[in-house]
Design a protein around this ligand. Structure first.
Ligand code: SF4
Length: 486
């Protein structure tokens, strides 16, 4: 069989063109092994699938992995005999490219109507873990129904998406067909002519991709501009038109040339040029005008970070590093809701510590999440708004101050990148927010305290990293030296 182009490959293409290419032509050895978080997603996906399937009495199509022709033959036989529900069917059509396009709908559901076999036809359904009918899901569902139409010689009325904890979503597939056809030519050409799409590191989409390490290495080797904060795919396309595709060329570009690009303007142009210079020279750039600082020195300082589990809607850990300059000590306090129902008690314990034990200490955190969460928790548990308001007024967002004042030779202004550039390292170098959620859920499920301890250690390191970044900023911008403690 000629190289089959499947709906799953098309889904990869919709997420990132390069990902589909690497799935076809990349070396499997270059893929990252699935980490704990990816394994959790896989497990959640299987569980969700089993939940949906439990409402059906279905016939499963059995075939050897990748043997699409065998799968399609079995599926066709089942459809021909009018099987009510078919699970893991395979449909193949060679129209319109004279090349096999493969659809693997999770379910084929028999409904009344005319088809090539008689007084019945089928509709296709996909089962997805997401809760929203994302465009990528709708387009792959459209692909499946479009091929189904060809195979059964009848137009399905419905095209269903089973999403997590939602009623089935009916994709208006005939309206999506135009969009699908527009993309298909490029997809098929890329796949059949082996055209390798350029690497472009975009954290939101690359972070869950198994080619991440490989692509990052390629990007570093190429000094690719996608590693420069502020270079989005859209901005990159305008830079490409000017031939500004390398760090050197961008660094030497005229500010007015950049500012004239659509959506840039003088401010973006200046930021990009500073960023290019900072990265090229591997130096941080200070602001030309030094503003009045936030509180930089206090006898006692608190460094604060929250961990949350969004699906359960629980903020389960308030980590606070207490730096006592008077005593020369650093003490970490972990306020933990060991069970989700402990959230209120935990919130009150935290409030008692920051409002009664240390009522005036500045509270440093990184990004707005911590400050935003105070109002939400206060409203949820009936805390006097004056208390949460007074608390938030003591907050200092270190991320805000860094991004307002300095340009650093980092790939992103996330805490990890900034703190690592300064020289800080997490005890568990692979830990991240997604893993923290995984560990908390593992603790809830298995009761193994080592999982909870991993989250606490990670949270403590986030607090310590915030401390390191704040101390570096205070010194770099205002010349305030960090006092040694501990
Ligand atoms: S790591 Fe990023 S650029 Fe590479 S294939 Fe995956 S999504 Fe695409």
């Amino acid at each position: 069989m000629a190289l089959p182009l499947t709906d799953n490959l098309f889904l990869d293409y919709l997420r990132c063109h390069r990902r589909a290419f690497l799935e076809l032509y990349g070396d499997r050895e270059d893929r990252d092994a699935p980490g704990d978080y990816i394994q959790k997603i896989i497990a959640d996906s299987s569980h969700n699938r089993a939940t949906v399937l439990s409402q059906f009495d279905y016939q499963q199509v059995e075939y050897e992995r990748g043997d699409w022709e065998a799968g399609a033959a079995t599926t066709l036989a089942l459809m021909e005999q009018g099987e009510p529900i078919i699970y893991r069917g395979v449909l193949i059509s060679t129209a319109p490219y004279d090349h096999p396009l493969v659809a693997t709908p999770d379910l084929l559901i028999r409904v009344p109507g005319r088809s090539r076999w008689g007084d019945w036809q089928y509709e296709s359904a996909q089962i997805k873990l997401g809760r929203r009918p994302k465009l990528e899901y709708q387009l792959t569902s459209t692909w499946q129904t479009w091929i189904l139409e060809d195979v059964q010689d009848a137009t399905p009325e419905n095209c269903l998406l089973y999403l997590r904890d939602r009623d089935p979503f009916n994709v208006l597939w005939e309206e999506r067909l135009f969009q699908l056809e527009e993309m298909l030519d490029d997809f098929v050409t890329m796949a059949l002519e082996e055209i390798e799409p350029e690497v472009f590191i975009a954290r939101s989409r690359c972070s869950l991709c198994s080619w991440q390490s490989f692509c990052h290495e390629v990007a570093v080797e190429q000094k690719h501009l996608s590693l420069l904060p502020g270079v989005t795919p859209k901005r990159y396309s305008f830079l490409q038109e000017l031939g500004l595709t390398t760090l050197d060329s961008l660094r030497e570009a005229e500010p007015a040339t950049l500012a004239a690009l659509p959506g840039f303007g003088p401010h973006v142009a200046e930021e990009l040029l500073d960023q290019a210079y900072s990265t090229w020279s591997d130096t941080a750039l200070a602001p030309t005008q030094i503003p009045k600082p936030p509180p930089l020195e206090a006898p006692i300082e608190l460094y604060f970070d929250i961990e949350a589990e969004p699906d359960l809607g629980v903020l389960f850990l308030h980590g606070v590093l207490e730096v006592n300059h008077r005593k020369g000590t650093e003490t970490f306090h972990a306020f933990v809701a060991e069970q989700p129902e402990d959230e209120e008690r935990n919130w009150n314990d935290f409030l008692d510590f920051v409002c009664n034990v240390h009522p005036t200490a500045p509270i440093y955190h990184f990004c707005s999440y911590e400050a935003d969460s105070m109002g939400k928790l206060g409203a949820k548990y009936g805390t006097d708004p004056a208390i949460t308001q007074a608390l938030v007024e003591r907050f200092v967002d270190v991320h805000w101050w860094v991004t307002q004042l300095v340009t650093m030779p980092v790939e992103s202004y996330a805490l990890k990148h900034i703190a690592r550039w300064i020289g800080f390292e997490w005890r568990d170098t692979s830990a991240n927010g997604a893993l923290a959620i995984f560990w908390y859920l593992a603790w809830l499920k298995e009761g193994d305290r080592s999982f909870l301890n991993q989250v606490i250690e990670y949270n403590e390191d986030d607090c310590r990293a915030t401390y390191v970044v704040k101390a570096w900023l205070a010194d770099f911008v205002w010349g305030v030296q960090r006092k040694e403690v501990g």
